[in-house]
Design a protein around this ligand. Structure first.
Ligand code: NAP
Length: 243
């Protein structure tokens, strides 16, 4: 079957790509012709994903909270395939709990991964995208950046911040031919939602598949979205209609 979007010659990094949505994004980007770095802190699962994709992929251990590890993963990609033109900032963690009692250390960790990880990732990738002559950064936020969610105060704070940073970064990076967009998944079937029932209060009463979000990521990574930057793309089965 012909790929919907042609990413031949492009080099991509997907964070948190050892499982869940990140794994799907890596597989879909590779199927569209991109060379893909599967980046994650989970070495065993990440290596398996890269091996399954084949020669168009490699695994690199990468913690999004470390600027040194960002520089290392970008250097590894560039050394093997050339400048990076696609970054999917996907890695994220979610800890549920009431705002009143949320543990401060846990809150800071969530902000470090979900907010700072995206910021320093965007900072780190700018030079290599300039060398590529173009770039597309896709930040995976959440419907939690569109509304309040009981029990998700800190996660929500981070995801609203990602949404805001996406628009500011798009303004700053347009002159460099780098586009920055945000994708907001609803409830998607991954380890993060494994204990949750299918959502009933929305038009499409099931969890989404990671590949259903990946189709939007592919669009944003490709030239098919060449006139689109600073935008929000909601993939949520209608969860946020009316918000
Ligand atoms: P997932 O299945 O839990 O996978 C996330 C991956 O990121 C895991 O392999 C995890 O490793 C890794 N990771 C955790 N901390 C990391 C770090 N500091 N640096 C690099 N990698 C790290 O998650 P998912 O459900 O696919 O979610 C992907 C993204 O979508 C997240 O940003 C999430 O907030 C967002 N999202 C998810 C949903 C949903 O319904 N699933 C909805 C809206 C938004 P370990 O397992 O070893 O920790």
């Amino acid at each position: 079957m012909q790929a919907k979007f042609d990413l031949s010659g492009q080099v991509a990094i997907v964070t948190g790509a050892a499982q869940g949505m990140g794994e799907s994004f890596a597989v879909q980007l590779a199927a569209a012709g991109a060379r893909v770095v599967v980046a994650d802190i989970n070495d065993a699962l990440g290596t398996a994903v890269a091996e399954r994709i084949g020669e168009g992929a490699m695994f690199v251990h990468h913690d999004v909270t470390s600027r040194a590890e960002w520089d290392a993963v970008i250097a590894a990609a560039e050394e093997r395939w050339g400048p990076v033109s696609i970054l999917v900032n996907n890695a994220g963690i979610a800890v549920w709990g009431s705002m009143e009692t949320v543990d401060e250390a846990e809150a800071r960790k969530m902000l470090d991964v979900d907010l700072m990880g995206v910021l320093i990732g965007m900072q780190a990738v700018i030079p290599t995208m300039r060398r590529a002559g173009h770039g597309s950064i896709v930040n995976i936020a959440s419907v939690a950046s569109m509304k309040g969610t009981e029990g998700l105060t800190v996660y929500s704070a981070a995801k609203w911040a990602v949404r805001g940073m996406t628009k500011c970064a798009a303004l700053e990076l347009g002159a460099d031919n780098i586009r920055v967009n945000a994708v907001h998944p609803g409830m998607i079937a991954t380890a993060m939602t494994v204990d949750m029932p299918d959502p009933q209060g929305q038009p499409i009463k099931r969890k989404g598949g990671p590949d259903e979000v990946g189709n939007t990521v592919l669009f944003l990574a490709s030239d098919a979205s060449s006139y689109t930057t600073g935008c929000d793309f909601v993939v949520d089965g209608g969860m946020t209609i009316g918000v």
